[in-house]
Structures are given as C-alpha cells and as structure tokens.
Design a protein around this ligand. Sequence first.
Ligand code: APR
Length: 342
Amino acid sequence: MKAAIFYGPNQKLRIEEVSEPVPSDNEVVVKVVACGLCHTDLHYIDHGVPTFKKPPLILGHEPAGIVYKVGRGVRNLKEGDRVLIPAVFSCGSCRACRTGRENICDTMVMLGNNIDGGYAENVVVPAKDLAIVPEDIPLSEIAVVADAVSTPFHAVVNRAKVKAGDVISVFGCGGVGINIVQIASIVGAKVIAVDIVDSKLEKAKKLGASITLNANNYDNVAKEIRKLTDGGVDIAFEAIGNPKTLQNAFDTLRRGGTLCVVGYCSQKLEWSFTKVMYYEMQIIGSLGCRPVDYPKIINLVKENKLNIKELISAKFPLDKINEAFDFLRSGEGLRTIIMMSG
Ligand code: APR
C-alpha cells in the first residue's frame, strides 16, 4: 500500500510502498478515506519534537475510513463499517480508564506517534474505541471531528460545564478555539472571541460568537472584556498555548470564574495565586476527549447542529502531502485534509 513516511525532522515526507498491516485479535484494519492534518505533526517535522516510535513512521492522527479487515476477537465492528478513529487509544484498565477518564489514561497510545498513523491507504488500530458513522455524513467531515471538534467538546461540555446564559471568552480562534466558540454557542453561552487575525474572527462570528475582538487593537484586551461584561466573564478558554494569552484569559474572569486551559504551553508562567484564593477562582485543564463522547458528537453533525463544512479549508491527495503541510504552515486555513479517495 501507499503511505507517506516520516524519516526525521526537517525532511519532506516520502511517498513509498509499504506492506499492508495485518490486524491482531482485537484490532481492525481501516481503509483510510480522509485524514486531517494537524499542527502537532509540524512539531515533529519542523521543530524536532520526538515521536514515541522512532522514524521511519507514518504520521496522521485524524483519519476516518471503512473497516475492511477484522481481528478475531472484535465484536463491535464488521467489514464495511464507516468509522471515526480516535487520535488516542486508552488501555482500559488503569485507574483513569476505570473511572471514565480514558482521555488521561496512564499508558495512552497516540496514532501517528506511538504507532503508525493515517497518512496511508490503510491503518491498523485497536477496535474498542472506534465509533460508527452513519451513511449520510461524509468521512472527510469526520476526519475533522476526530480531534479539532472532540477536544473542544470535552473542554466545553465535560470540563468547563458551560451552561445556557453563561458568558465566556475564548482566546484563539484556530482549529481548536473556533470549535470552542461553536460548541459553547450551541449550548447557549454568550461568546466573546479573541484572535489577532481578522479572518479567524469573521469565522468565529459566523459560528456563533456574539462579540469578536482583535487583541492587536487594544492595549489591554482583558480590561476591554471586563468592561463589556460588567466585571468579567464566567469562564475563559485559552486555545493558543501562550503565557501571555493564558494570563489575559484569566484576567477576563469575574470573581469565582473558571479558566479552562486547552492550549499546550511548555513555558513556565509567573502566576499570582492571590486572586485564586481570595476570589475563589478555578483553573482547570482539558485534554482530548473520551471515547464515549464520539457518538454524541457524530449525532450533532448528523443533526446539522455542528457546522463542519465551514471548518474545511483545503483538501489534498496523499501524493501532495508536503504541499498540504506548506499550506498548514502558511496559517491560512482552519482544517486541511488529505483525501485518499472520493
Ligand atoms: N492573541 C490572540 N490570538 C492569538 C495570539 C494572541 N497573542 N497568538 C495566536 N493567536 C491565534 C492565531 O491567530 C490562531 O487563530 O491563536 C490561534 C491558534 O490556532 P491554531 O494555530 O490553528 O492552533 P490549534 O490547532 O487551534 O491549537 C491551539 O490548542 O490543543 C491545543 O496543542 C494545541 O496549543 C495548541 C492549541
């Protein structure tokens, strides 16, 4: 089969013929129809962040496709099922998994990082966490759901527990932040979206934001938001991963408010905890999504409550994957997809 192989940082991926995967007892082989591109891949390709499996490795953790080989022990799937494949697989037996928090599993395995991923004609994956997709939803849309929609869903619904009438701020309206905007709006929150790129803010408006602010137009965007909200928002989301915007997001909160950290920030922060204690503030993290939530998200797509089409900026064939990554690097689009067929 054809696959795009990652040989190490600062090299183009190479399209090569490799042997077809064979499923073990509890695995399936899925014929990939579409696979979303993610900035995480650029960490490996451009910035030397090591992958858990040493290259050569097939990257790609947002695939969707059709089951075509089924391992002997698999009961939940059959050949021909259209499936969403999660980016991360949980062990099912650690304490986190047994308490329904599979997204923070002790020994999670990431597709296209610990094991070969979806920039290939076929991918072999554990069967237990795959979700079946109805016929009327294009698999290209599901490739977007697997990470860029599921992570915001978990952050908004399970972690921050946004309710109708809440006022929230969202810092960063990229692939992840735009869906925090979209899902919080569906829930019934009033959303104030912040970015530094006007086109991202226009999209945020289209997907439900009540107010959009370009942070570059303000000396202190947090102060502006406190002014607009009579003292601050109930919940602030940070979906960038930057010490400054983390602080800004926190500064938009009212007393008793909650900061939900979704962006990945590797830098250390200087943080005063005076307000955290004195005003009973909460700071919570949010990572990925639980397998039990995928069918709920698919249902939101089926019922046209979630707008996925609006998120897809470009589609490329596998042969053009390096051009697709160049497009991602340009920062132009929201979500870019590799289409294997159809
Ligand atoms: N203020 C406001 N917005 C900013 C700023 C800033 N100082 N700097 C960048 N942004 C905006 C960008 O313009 C972009 O729209 O943040 C957005 C980031 O989006 P993407 O680059 O598309 O990244 P995304 O895939 O959404 O991931 C965001 O979430 O899950 C994590 O690891 C992921 O840390 C990453 C974050």
